[in-house]
Design a protein around this ligand. Structure first.
Ligand code: ADP
Ligand code: MG
Length: 595
């Protein structure tokens, strides 16, 4: 098949400062300096099997194209990648006299100084081409200038069988045929074509997000399944990659500069969520990566504002100095080690929480006409001048609401501009408490409130060590505990909490007796990592929130609705369960036939 020449797209002027311009990558490598790495450099590189499945071939070849400063990358796949994979680019190309060298083991143009710490390219091991040539037939056509003539090299079983001049505009096309035909075990291990194609699609989508200034196209069995415009705008790329459902539903994040890093990105608004983490993308220095610790911090930030089990569509672009990220910890280069992980993670979390939390989430119940009703312009001028038990409750997060009363000792019923609202009293209180606890945990150390009487915690022997280890952290959260001899501890003070709170509207509301069981739960929690704080806050909020089945006075109900409207996500509890239901005017009209 003839190489298809693409004109470089207009790069425009809105190139984001946080995205490495594709040509900057090429600039970093002096042309025509492929060399075989000295053994000492090879030894320091995390080696491993690179070519595990067809998607690995696509990844390696497309990364080479990006490293070569391509503006256009076209990927063709047939037979799930086993029949053919072809990646064409308009990058710098490989000089004719270096083409054979490029296919040798540990031959690379990207590691000039043996200094792994300063690598900015996606590749640097010099292993992809030889590894592919070992398990498939490999043909490269490349030209490094505009003479119109390049060179073609074909390797079978790792040996050169064709080496001849070939017409070619500047750039490179690599064609891989009969992948794994000589490795029966891996051929058998490859999944069905459909599964491989899904993997390939994911690979290309991730690269397209990491390089939004590059035009990608992916053709599966000659059908175009993905195309990006290379507009160098992350929001555009996100929509091109994940589909038009995102139009109008993308919020931008940052930029923010925590501790020498730059963080920016885009995230779907809370109504657009996904069941898995498959569309959560982290890009560090132009590389799509899966930094486990960072992902955990980010998830902890959005978890409490999204419905249970749901994840956002996200592309987070992080730029750090090359020395503060180690990309050489794993052969796949997906795991990376980030020096400032905690502060960067906290900043990312903050960005996401602020963006998603801005908009109340309304649940997927069928009765609601959706978010539109909740977001309808709120006439703030109608706020009552003086307090009156029955006056409208005006808050930033909810429409103006008039309290009707309590239903079945568990639901608050309210009337708003566009219908009737039902609020689960327990979950609403849970959300309020959770956010108050969180603010003590996120902000400066809270002023602990001394309990009227200290509470006694008696632990089992197995729990003592675990609990003692976390006492300092608890103190930082406002819980002052002290050893009371043996396996007993005293809780003397707590941060803002129901029932033990001095001042504040929700005083006396809730289940303060549940404080101790919640703390005991902490002594049972032996999972490692920072997640225990989040789990403790959720558990404290859940246990101490007012129960369903408890009759409430009107001022208590008002206080709940007022508190709820101040939270960042007044429609889901911290576990992600719905707490607010809207029975819209439209629905009432339709159901009653008032037309
Ligand atoms: P690495 O990318 O780790 O350097 P590879 O085996 O993938 O190793 O490629 C070897 C070398 O071949 C690269 O360093 C580069 O100089 C050259 N090369 C490979 N693909 C391309 C391409 N599409 N455009 C330009 N040069 C390429
Ligand atoms: Mg490479």
């Amino acid at each position: 098949m003839e190489y298809e020449q693409h004109l470089p797209p207009d790069q425009g002027t809105n190139r984001s400062a946080w995205v490495i311009p594709p040509d900057a990558r090429a600039d970093q490598r002096p042309r025509s300096t492929i060399r075989v790495l000295p053994p000492a450099a090879v030894a320091r590189i995390a080696a491993g099997e690179i070519i595990e499945r067809p998607a690995s071939v696509v990844k390696e070849l497309a990364e080479n194209a990006l490293d070569a400063g391509a503006r256009t990358v076209r990927v063709d796949v047939r037979g799930g990648g086993l029949t053919l994979i072809r990646v064409g680019d308009d990058g710098t190309g490989i000089r004719a006299d270096e083409l054979r060298l490029a296919c040798e083991r540990h031959a690379t143009s990207k590691l000039a100084s043996d200094d792994l710490g300063s690598v900015r390219t996606l590749g640097f091991r010099g292993e992809a081409l030889p590894s592919i040539a070992a398990v498939a037939e490999l043909a490269i056509v490349s030209a490094a200038d505009d003479s119109g003539v390049g060179r073609r090299l074909t390797l079978r079983d790792g040996h050169v069988v064709v080496d001849e001049p070939a017409p070619r505009p500047r750039g490179t096309t690599v064609t891989v045929r009969h992948l794994f035909a000589n490795v029966p075990a891996r051929l058998a291990a490859s999944g069905r074509a459909q599964a491989e194609i899904a993997q390939i699609g994911q690979t290309v989508r991730r690269l397209a997000l990491a390089a939004p200034g590059v035009r990608f196209s992916l053709l599966i069995d000659e059908r175009m399944v993905l195309q990006t415009t290379g507009a160098n705008d992350l929001e555009t790329a996100l929509i091109e990659v994940y589909g038009p459902a995102l139009v109008g539903n993308v919020l931008s994040l940052g930029p923010l500069e925590p501790g020498g890093a730059r963080v920016a990105g885009v995230v779907s608004s809370p109504e657009v969520t996904r069941l898995g983490r498959g569309q959560v993308n982290i890009i560090i220095n132009g590389r799509w990566v899966q930094p486990r610790g960072l992902l955990a911090l980010i998830e902890a930030a959005y978890r409490p504002v999204l419905p249970r089990g749901r994840h956002p569509v996200l592309a987070l672009v992080i730029e750090v100095l090359p020395g503060s990220v180690d990309i050489n910890v794993h052969p796949s280069k997906l795991e990376v080690q980030l020096l400032e992980e905690r502060s960067i993670g906290a900043a990312c979390g903050e960005l996401i929480r602020a963006a998603i939390g801005q908009r109340p989430v309304i649940l997927r119940e069928r009765l609601s006409t959706g978010l539109a009703a909740l977001r309808s312009p709120i006439a703030l001028a109608e706020a009552p001048a003086e307090y009156n038990e029955d006056s409208v409750i005006v808050t930033p997060g909810l429409p103006p609401l008039r309290l009707i009363g309590q239903v079945r000792s568990r639901l608050l019923m309210l009337e708003g501009p566009a219908g009737v609202y039902l609020v689960d009293q327990h979950r609403a209180h849970e959300r309020i408490l959770y956010e108050r606890l969180l603010s003590t945990h996120d902000g400066p150390a809270p002023e602990p409130i001394a309990l009227p009487e200290p509470l006694l915690l008696e632990l089992r022997p197995a729990q003592v060590a675990r609990f003692s280890r976390r006492m300092d952290d608890l103190a930082a959260l406002g819980f002052e505990c002290e050893v009371f001899g043996g396996r007993a501890f005293l809780l003397r003070a707590a941060p803002v909490l129901p029932g033990v709170m001095h001042g504040g509207m929700l005083q006396g509301l809730g289940e303060p007796n549940e404080l101790i069981p919640a703390l005991l739960g902490l002594a049972e929690d032996d999972r490692e990592g920072a997640g225990w704080r989040e789990r403790l806050l959720i558990s404290l909020a859940c246990r101490t929130a007012v129960r369903r089945g408890r009759p409430l006075e009107r001022p208590e109900m008002r206080a709940l609705v007022e508190g709820l409207g101040q939270t960042s996500a007044p429609a889901v509890c911290p576990h992600g369960s719905p707490l607010l239901m809207h029975v819209s005017e439209t629905l009432l009209e339709r159901e009653f036939g008032w037309g």
